[in-house]
Design a binder for this molecule. Structure first.
Ligand code: AHG
Ligand code: MN
Ligand code: MN
Length: 317
């Protein structure tokens, strides 16, 4: 298998961006092997809630600490996390602003289901007033039976895997890069997918278009693949090469619950670079939405182009 280093060299990715991406991967590998694997899920909740009003788990906080710790050592001027009330300053004059969801899938982690991390990288020192289309890289890590990852630097989307020779703390810095391999350097979504991952299924009770759409997928013989974790659910679409993931809003909560900055914008970048589409319930491109406040949410439909476009017609009709 080609190493990620070989891929970056072939694509002429700037050394600064490479360094940041390897640090993020290293944060993911550390969290996966040293924290998550050994975690005591009996002792679950922290005494805090995050800005979205979710009760924080100790593991959410632990994941955040691993990422923030590594980002502080990097050329990063702003660190924005789903688990921080406000973005925090990093190095003054740092080249990048990084936004992330350190642990996606908090509600299923104690059941030992796959979870993940999601990251969006911007140049500059701000995230507010920016659009997802300004991201220079997006990453999603899946912590499952293996540590797999999806990365885009705007030259297509790659899938990769971590193959450690040893535990991370035993390995010299310069050897770390050789442990990240590319399993598919050109993830490509078919225009029509065979799989559907319907988030916020509860909304089907009040939103008739959603109920109708689900029935049509079932009648058409599509396959349900839904775990309750955005990262493994979209990761499944990338690995199988097509499908749709959605998290719609309702009349009461039109923007749903998934966060634009930490979850939707990075995935929209990854999906578009794989030839797919990512839009809101109104049909607006996710990457064109301006971030107005850190924990802003948006409805989202993303994946295979035709699957995504077809739903918009249903909502209107
Ligand atoms: P997080 O764990 O970061 O709060 O995000 C969980 C998200 C996402 O992973 C998943 O698709 C969605 O929540 C599921 O939400 P519902 O339980 O509301 O369907
Ligand atoms: Mn999440
Ligand atoms: Mn989270």
């Amino acid at each position: 298998m080609k190493t990620l280093q070989n891929y970056f060299d072939a694509k002429n990715v700037s050394p600064d961006l490479q360094k940041l991406i390897f640090s993020l991967l290293w944060a993911g590998a550390n969290f996966y092997e040293l924290t998550l694997f050994h975690y005591d899920f009996q002792n679950f909740y922290a005494d805090t809630t995050n800005k979205s009003g979710d009760r924080q788990l100790k593991i959410d906080v632990a994941a955040n600490d691993v990422f923030v710790g590594l980002l502080k050592e990097n050329d990063v001027s702003l660190i924005a996390s789903e688990e921080l009330a406000e973005p925090m300053k990093g190095k003054s004059g740092g080249k990048y602003a990084v936004a992330f969801d350190p642990l996606d899938g908090s509600s299923i982690v104690d059941a030992d289901m796959s979870v993940g991390s999601i990251v969006g990288v911007y140049e500059g020192d701000s995230v507010i007033g920016r659009k997802g289309s300004e991201q220079v890289a997006a990453l999603a890590f899946v912590y499952g039976p293996q540590f797999t990852f999806f990365i885009t630097v705007g030259q297509g989307t790659l899938a990769g895997v971590y193959r450690p020779e040893n535990y991370p703390d035993d390995i010299a810095e310069e050897k770390r890069h050789d442990q990240f391999y590319v399993s598919n350097e050109n993830v490509t979504l078919t225009e029509d997918g065979k799989y559907f991952a319907p988030g916020n299924l509860r909304a089907a009770a009040s939103e008739s278009w959603y109920m109708k759409t689900l029935q049509e997928w079932i009648k058409a013989g599509s396959t349900l693949r839904y775990s309750g974790g955005m990262v493994p659910d979209i990761g499944h679409i990338f690995i199988k090469g097509g499908g749709i993931f959605l998290y719609p809003g309702t009349a009461q909560k039109p923007d749903g619950k998934l966060r634009l900055l930490y979850e939707c914008a990075p995935f929209a970048f990854l999906v578009e670079q794989a030839g797919g589409k990512a839009i809101t319930q109104k049909g607006d491109r996710i990457l064109d939405i301006t971030v107005e406040f850190p924990h802003q949410t948006t409805s989202i439909f993303l994946g295979s182009k035709n699957d995504v476009e077809k739903i918009i017609g249903k909502i209107k009709s």
